[in-house]
Design a protein around this ligand. Structure first.
Ligand code: 2P0
Length: 361
């Protein structure tokens, strides 16, 4: 879609060396992406809230290679240290983009990346990391060729590139909320990239919290990549995709109206549907832990007792995300401290909230 053989540096007019830094957040899906085809193309549309405190900072430094060769030249550091495993993945990713960014082979690149949260905590680090890298690459293209001056064009390309790295990353490009995947509910929606739906949100969802209860920091028994692949043999796959399409319309209606009850019901139903799909895969697997269930039961009881609109969602892991409007932050934080942190690994809670999206530093 974005192949462009003209993006080649004219070596008779070499660019100066430079660096680009982007800070990009994670996101939490409310309607979930689970099941894909091709290169991270989704089987159903998804909607996420863009987070603020769970972020990756990525610095891309570049200079023209002294000697022309066709290899990707990359020096990579994660949290201040070389990381071979990540470096390999990033080289493979950059190689896969050679028709989109042919100039990458002309440069010596250094990428330094770091997260605001522990890498292994099960917070979607691929979303913040891949979106930050995609944004750096788009800024580099624009700096070298001036081809991405229009902000919408820039964001769309960054979202497309982030998706090629990790599906859910394409939603992190935008403030407040994004929709990825074709849906009649959002004009211009696409399977190739996400679009921003901030202008469709009731104000409630712009001052909205997501406190992430870290139940376990152990590595997951089944990766998201393998989990997506298992959807291909899942007997519930087709009804699930239809369910997600229906819920997308209902969720957008609820979020436009500021209907927290309808929003919360869809959020919880989606979380449990995601984990039901894992349990009904072949082989089946369970990523929730007993503490995840204990938290869910306490949240539902707390809502009944207090009428405070506190809801949960889950990512592909045991951690529980608590969703609630900013007006209730004091009550909910006290509840977490008194009742829920005992279910967390070393009492660890990552406080997060809906934010304004990535920024160039
Ligand atoms: C989501 N998740 O919508 C869903 C819900 C987790 C649960 O997308 O293979 O890291 O890179 O496309 O995006 C996690 O999977 O998978 C995910 P790839 P990704 O956020």
């Amino acid at each position: 879609m974005y192949e462009n053989s003209r993006l080649i540096i004219d070596s008779s007019n070499p660019p100066e060396s430079g660096e680009i830094i982007w800070r990009s957040p994670s996101n939490i899906a409310i309607v979930k992406y689970w099941g894909k085809y091709g290169i991270q193309l989704p089987k159903n549309p998804s909607l996420s809230l863009t987070l603020a405190s769970s972020i990756t900072d990525t610095r891309l430094s570049y200079s023209l290679k002294a000697e022309d060769d066709a290899a990707i030249s990359l020096d990579f550091e994660f949290q201040g240290e070389p990381n071979e495993a990540f470096a390999k993945k990033i080289v493979a990713y950059l190689e896969s983009l050679s028709a989109v960014f042919p100039f990458l082979r002309q440069l010596d690149l250094k990428i330094e990346s770091g997260n605001s949260f522990p890498h292994s905590a099960g917070i979607a680090s691929s979303a913040s990391a891949m979106s930050a890298l995609a944004l750096c690459l788009c800024s580099l293209e624009d700096r070298l060729f001036g081809t991405l001056q229009d902000p919408d064009t820039f964001d769309k390309k960054a979202s497309y590139l982030a998706r090629l790295g990790s599906g859910s990353a394409c939603r992190s490009i935008y403030p407040y909320a994004a929709v990825w995947g074709e849906t009649p509910s959002v004009a211009g929606s696409s399977n190739e990239y996400a679009v921003c739906v901030a202008d469709q949100l009731h104000e409630t969802f712009k001052d909205f919290h997501d406190d992430i209860l870290i139940v376990s920091q152990d590595e997951k028994s089944v990766s998201s990549r393998d989990g997506h692949a298992l959807m291909d043999g899942n007997p519930y796959a087709e009804p699930r995709y239809a369910q997600a399409r229906t819920r997308m319309g209902l969720l957008l209606d609820a979020m436009k109206a500021g209907d927290l009850e309808a929003f919360g019901k869809i959020a919880e139903d989606e979380a449990l549907a995601l984990h039901a799909l894992m349990m009904t895969s072949n082989p089946s697997y369970i990523l929730m832990r007993p503490d995840s269930l204990a938290i869910i039961e306490k949240v539902r009881q707390y809502r009944l007792d207090t009428k405070i609109p506190l809801y949960f969602t889950l990512d592909a892991g045991p951690n529980v995300h608590l969703l609630y409007p900013g007006a209730h932050v004091q009550d909910v934080r006290a509840f977490i401290e008194q009742e829920l942190s005992e279910h967390c690994d070393s009492g660890y809670v990552q406080q997060d909230w809906v934010g304004e999206g990535p920024e160039e530093l």
